[in-house]
Design a protein around this ligand. Structure first.
Ligand code: ADP
Ligand code: MG
Length: 245
């Protein structure tokens, strides 16, 4: 509690907490392995406003997944800070980080990462139950989201029996269950054909514009990137360009 108050006080010196969902400051990540030392991110800084839909682009190996994984607190940076809702996330302990990740961040991956031994609706409900939602609330909320995304009729199916596009919709539904501050999507259309990928992208765009979600999406598709509000171009772990589209 004390820590959070202190952190928020610090943050107010740097950002306007009312308008930024995310602030990344001097973020560096160095991987040291037997293969050598890799500077995956080199003092990267940017801030993202609430409701902004930002694409992260750049060649393979430029640090896109690394920055997304840091924002999602899946991994810790070598140095630098990330504020989500004004909270310095790496000042939290592991259990606080897990709670923060589950409640404030929605993840969408290229490979869907759904649990195949359980149903679509249970997949969507699960982060809600983990966050302490009652089963009744998780049931009704997940159903509403599945309806909004046009896949409520698949609620009792196993994800493995769905098409790629449908599985990605389930993953999007799951990302929304806890009403997150930020949705992070790492090449969400990467495993889909063009038409299905466009449909998934349109859904993210709808979430951004109609429901004012803050979205950070890594993509290799220049057309999709141009259709977002803003694109950040990474090269060799540095921001080469950051521009409104
Ligand atoms: N766990 C890891 N161990 C060592 N090097 C890594 C690891 N993860 C990523 N890298 C390296 O960091 C750099 C950035 O990787 P990544 O963020 O995955 O790039 P992108 O998503 O843009 O393709 C690459 O050189 C990659 O090989
Ligand atoms: Mg990647």
């Amino acid at each position: 509690m004390t820590k959070e108050l202190v952190v928020e006080k610090d943050t107010q010196k740097i950002v306007d907490n009312s308008s930024f969902a995310l602030k990344v400051e001097n973020l560096s990540k160095i991987y040291d392995s037997a293969a050598g030392r890799v500077v995956a991110l080199d003092k990267v800084s940017f801030a993202i406003k609430k409701g902004e839909f930002v694409s992260v682009v750049g060649p393979s190996g430029s640090g896109k997944s690394t920055v997304l994984n840091m924002i999602g607190a899946l991994d810790r940076p070598t140095s630098g800070k990330i504020y989500i809702d004004g909270i310095d996330i790496f000042s939290l302990n592991d259990s606080e980080i897990a709670t923060m990740r589950n409640s404030r961040i929605g993840f969408i991956f290229q490979s869907f990462n759904l649990i195949n031994r359980t149903t679509v609706q249970k997949n969507v409900k699960l982060p809600g139950l983990i966050a302490g939602m009652s089963n009744a609330e998780a049931n009704s909320r997940s159903l509403k989201i599945l309806e909004a995304l046009g896949i409520a009729d698949k609620k009792n199916q196993k994800p493995v029996n769905l098409s790629g596009g449908q599985q990605q919709r389930v993953a999007i539904a799951r990302s929304l269950i806890n009403n997150p501050t930020i949705i992070l999507a790492d090449e969400p259309t990467g495993n889909l054909d063009t038409k299905t990928g466009d449909d998934v992208f349109d859904m993210l765009k709808m979430l951004s514009h109609k429901f004012k979600r803050t979205i950070v999406m890594v993509t290799h598709n220049p057309e999709l990137a141009e259709s977002t509000d803003r694109s950040i171009l990474l090269r060799d772990g540095r921001i080469e360009k950051d521009a409104i589209n």
